[in-house]
Design a protein around this ligand. Structure first.
Ligand SMILES: [Zn+2]
Length: 395
């Protein structure tokens, strides 16, 4: 069972010059010389203080809005009908291709600020709505500008292998994605690359061609895998050393076993099942009991998971996947950080780490996943600077 290292009557000292945690421990043990005269003190009595949440799987950059499609789905229209009417991922591809880099950036920035408000201080963002390299690069450049101008840690993932463009020659498009990797790496545009391995997307042999090229770069491998059924992606991806394998609604016992004995993080995205009412929730309980390291993320995207809040994802994980409050918090903080290879700099409240801190207006951490639709996040600090204070935006 996950241990939170819970402390009551605790204090957190932050060095504002470096934006890192200087002290974390019992109030009585605060070093006498720790506080400079006049240094700001924030009273969090009656609250829970946590590490900022880490959302390690999002598609936050895209053009357009699919509210119409959402309501059609709610009325019972099938995916087929919606796709035929121009909906589905291809509608996002069309709108993203038509958007300028500035438009993509501005819309993503607004969404990112909603993430801050829900306590998220580290976000991974994928490309993948261009499906042609010009738009893919424009998406990655928008992510880069966010990274340069926003206080949060933002990781970029190249996901040219999100789907095949309509009418594409599969071999030619796979080669195009593989060929793009070295330039993206040289230009410092992405930390990771990601492939959707699925009977309806990329097969393992196609993915292996991309991975062969990816290995010649400094980028880490991520996979969307075993989403709707057991395709053997968990065991295959773990053997390939994937940093994380995400979705896993259809993971087999052999896949669980392989992941449990690997360094790959299992990133679970219950928002997609909630939002689409399709697919099965990943067997998180069995996975954690077997020894898998589980992270939770929103998978924010305009089609299948229009979610902004990791506390809400925790509610879904508790209700539908049998995760305990401690496991939910661990999965949305330190395990998310490990899914981004950032475990040594964020994801927990320890001296030397970034002062990415959330103050939740609840007396007990178990209440985080319990309240639904109520904003419990009182304050959010990134590197010690407020992005939200007393429930109000501070950026
Ligand atoms: Zn995704």
């Amino acid at each position: 069972m996950a241990q939170l290292g819970l402390l009551e009557r605790a204090a957190l000292g932050i060095d504002l010059a470096t934006g890192t945690i200087e002290f974390a421990g019992p109030w009585e043990a605060v070093p006498r010389d720790a506080m400079a005269p006049g240094c700001p003190v924030i009273d969090a009595s009656g609250c829970v203080v946590l590490p900022g949440f880490v959302d390690s799987h999002t598609h936050l950059v895209y053009g357009g809005c699919r509210a119409d499609e959402f309501h059609r789905r709610c009325r019972g229209e099938s995916y087929q009908q919606i796709a035929e009417a121009g909906g589905g991922i291809l509608s996002s591809v069309k709108a993203t291709r038509a958007a300028s880099g500035e438009e993509l950036e501005a819309a993503a920035r607004q969404r990112l600020h909603c993430f801050y408000s829900a306590g998220t201080t580290t976000v991974e963002i994928k490309s993948g709505y261009g499906l042609e390299q010009g738009t893919e690069i424009r998406m990655l450049e928008a992510i880069s500008r966010l990274r340069e101008t926003e206080p949060a840690i933002i990781c970029a993932t190249y996901m040219g292998a999100h789907a095949f463009p309509p009418g594409a020659d599969r071999t030619a498009y796979t080669e195009e994605v593989a060929a793009a990797l070295s330039r993206i790496d040289e230009d410092g545009l992405a930390d990771f690359y990601d492939i959707f391995v699925d009977p309806l997307a990329f097969g393992q042999a196609e993915a292996e061609k991309i991975i062969a090229a990816g290995r010649r770069t400094g980028m880490g491998l991520k996979l969307h895998g075993d989403e709707f059924g057991d395709d053997g992606t968990a065991a295959w991806g773990a053997a390939l050393g994937a940093v994380s394998i995400d979705h896993l609604g259809g993971i087999s016992d052999a896949g669980i076993e392989a992941l449990a004995h690997s360094n790959s993080i299992a990133t679970l995205l219950p928002g997609t099942m909630f939002f689409t009412r399709h697919g099965s929730y990943a067997p998180a309980r069995r996975m954690i009991d077997a020894g898998c390291a589980v992270a939770l993320a929103t998978d924010h995207n305009p089609g299948s998971s229009m979610l902004y809040s990791l506390p809400f994802v925790m509610t879904l994980a508790a209700l539908n996947m049998g995760m305990s409050p401690e496991e939910c918090i661990t999965a949305a903080t330190i395990n998310g950080a490990h899914a981004l290879q950032l475990g040594s700099i964020t994801g927990s409240l320890e001296p030397g780490k970034r002062a990415d801190v959330v103050i939740a207006a609840v007396p007990d951490y178990r209440e985080l996943a319990y309240h639904v639709g109520r904003d419990l996040i009182r304050d959010v600090f990134i590197r010690g600077r407020a992005v939200k204070r007393k429930g109000l935006p501070a950026v």
